[in-house]
Structures are given as C-alpha cells and as structure tokens.
Design a protein. Structure first.
Length: 257
C-alpha cells in the first residue's frame, strides 16, 4: 500500500505530488470548491457534534473554506509552504501548520474529523492511516473528497480525451472504496452533483493547474492547453459565454474503530 495511486510509478508519483506549490496562486483562483452538502455528509459520520476538524493536505484551503462555513474550528496541515501561505492570506481563521499525512503535527485524540480534499492518492497509506487514527478522538471520522469532471456531458468527455498527457493516470476516486485499515470501519461512498462557473479562458487556466500538466514537458503542456482552447472555442456550449463546468464530488468516509 506504499503508493495509494494505482498504476503510477513512484518517481512520477512524487513529482506530481510536489508540483503544485509553484502554481499556488493559480490553484487558489481556478480550482473548484467543494459542495457544502458533501462536507456536511462527511462530518455526519462523527459520533456527537464535531467541533475541531483537521484539513489534511489542505493546499490553498478549498476544504477549509467549506468547513468554516459549517461552523467548526479548522486546523490546516499542508507540506508546501507556498500553498499554505496562499491559504493563510484568504482564511485567517484557520490554524495553519506545515506537516504531512505521514507525520501530522497534532497531539493524540485532538480532532473530531480528518478531512482530505483531492489528496489521498498522494499519501503513503501504510503510514498515513495510523497517523490519522492517532489524532482522531474516539467516535471521530476520516473523510476523503475528490472533485472530478462529470463526463455525462459529452463535450467534457471529448475534451478530456483530447488533453490526456503522457503523465495522466487513474485516481482512487474512480474506485468503489478506499483501501481498508484495521483502525477504521469500512468506508462508505457517496457522490454529489456540483458545478463551477467557467469561461473558455478560465477552464484552460484550471486545466493548467492539474498535476499531469504541471509535470509534463513544456512542449507537451503547451500543445495540450492549446488543443483545449481550440476545442472550447469551437464547441457551441463553451465558445462565447460563461458556462457551468459539471462536477461530481465523490466522498469516502469511515469512522474510527
């Protein structure tokens, strides 16, 4: 279980995991948030009323922002100082800490929930699962969320085929469950509809923040982004106006045993 991303080589996995910091501002601007109902469902697994929540691998704070709206105190742990710096600019109410899923800088039994957005596939789960269990209080819950394109929209499915790079891989959000661990109950899975207002220009900017683009060669990245813009400019649904990018948010949650 050392790499939780099926079918991805360790060296490439590490490069992709570390690729976001240089684009922290663009990530904050262009990546979608998470629907409140998805985060609420994640926290519904807590036995009792959740008060303090860990946003693990917090990035620029997409999950933290939604958690604050639910009225909980949030601690954000993130390994990349540039990403965490972006988070603190916009979310001063969040407690920011540098750290990793494999070494969480929090005391034992200190949070009611551990929530992870768009990041469990980067973790070494053999080490991360025990750490998440350690910081959770009894009755706590771990939850992992992914936003991914809703390819029931034919134009979006076509676009994604066109822009696959040599670095593209399949993610755990495609699977029916996360790997199990003795510290947690079996994972439950639920999906939620979501959307993000985009234009052709801002959707291309969003695509440029994806790790398979960030670690591709400059030549391949520019070619794929150019292909995306050309497609969006000729596609009637996206060519001349703002449109909604259809998103499915997948949530896995499990209670601490």
């Amino acid at each position: 279980m050392n790499s939780s991303t099926p079918g991805i080589e360790p060296e490439l996995h590490a490069r992709r995991a570390a690729s976001f910091g240089a684009e922290a501002a663009a990530y904050a601007e262009h990546r979608p948030d998470y629907p409140e109902k998805a985060l609420a469902w994640a926290l519904d697994g807590v036995k009792g009323t959740p008060e303090r929540v860990l946003d693990l691998a917090a990035g620029t704070g997409k999950v933290s922002e939604g958690l604050l709206a639910l009225g909980v105190a949030v601690t954000a742990v993130e390994p990349d100082a540039q990403m965490l710096g972006q988070l603190t600019k916009t979310l001063p109410a969040v407690t920011p800490l540098i750290g990793t899923a494999e070494r969480i800088p929090l005391p034992d039994a200190s949070v009611d929930a551990v929530v992870v957005g768009q990041a469990v596939h980067w973790f070494d789960l053999d080490r991360a699962y025990p750490e998440m269990a350690r910081v959770l209080k009894p009755g706590g819950v771990v939850a992992a969320l992914w936003n991914h394109d809703d390819e029931s929209a034919a134009w979006l499915a076509e676009l994604n085929k066109l822009i696959k790079t040599s670095m593209s891989r399949r993610w755990l959000s495609d699977y029916e469950s996360l790997p199990e661990h003795e510290a947690f109950e079996p994972f439950e899975k639920k999906t939620f509809g979501h959307k993000q207002p985009r234009t052709a220009e801002t959707l291309v900017a969003t695509l440029a923040t994806h790790s398979h683009m960030l670690v591709a060669t400059e030549e391949e990245r520019e070619a794929k982004l150019r292909t995306a813009r050309e497609f969006l400019d000729r596609n009637p649904e996206t060519a001349s106006r703002e449109f909604d990018l259809p998103i499915t948010t997948t949530v896995f949650r499990a209670g601490k045993r």
